[in-house]
Design a protein around this ligand. Sequence first.
Ligand code: KIV
Ligand code: NA
Length: 269
Amino acid sequence: SLKRLMPSDIRALKGTAPVVVLTAYTTPVAKLADPACDVLLVGDSLGMVLHGLPSTLGVTMEMMILHGQAVMRGSDRALVVIDMPFASYEESPAQAFRNAARIMAETGAGAVKLEGGVHMRETIAFLVARGIPVMAHIGLTPQSVNTLGGYKVQGKGADAARLMADAQAVAEAGAFSVVLEKVPAGLAGEISRALPIPTIGIGAGVACDGQVLVVDDMLGLFSDFKPKFVKRYAELGRTAAEAVAAYAAEVRAKRFPAPEHSFFDEANK
Ligand code: KIV
Ligand code: NA
């Protein structure tokens, strides 16, 4: 059987091939994405796109573990990375280790992701030294929406130096890759050239070492809003709504079920 990609394999793609990352939250979506992707990210975006929460802040450890287990069952090639939810790692390196170890043990995933740059340096180093590979996430970090004051582009103007410092800090701490979210394309390219680890962009331009999208966004399944950085590769939500409307019309017209969907007993006609 195929061996799963490991964080060291993803790290080794730097300078060789773009890293293809897509979120996945369920077994069927993991099954269809696994052959084409290097990394399946069980993102805490699942709170918004699957559970209807207003932000990622209400996502729990239990939700991440349940969806992480589902994605592991539907994949055998891609590296599965699971987001650490809000308030499961910020308190201390020890708290982060306890919760990251639980996620790894209960799902079998190969790595965790957490949000933060310079201020997470010590935590990332603590986890990596104890056997837990970490993908970092800097720039727009949605768990900090309340302190950032919205979902704004990060690292503009004089703020570029802060973002470069965050990138250097997570790389030095031992992260095997780093997500750059909503960062100007020029700065993302500069960071990508400066770092020894792959940068994974989302709204960060084509110069990143890899790209990530939320699968429900790119398939057109989540349509509450569409960020500028999303490209719709399909309109599955529209297709599904049309299918449901056709079903409802046929039930009301008594055209469904047809004989081929029905069972008959020759003895009792
Ligand atoms: O939660 C998520 O889906 C993410 C990606 C957008 C990077 O963190
Ligand atoms: Na996330």
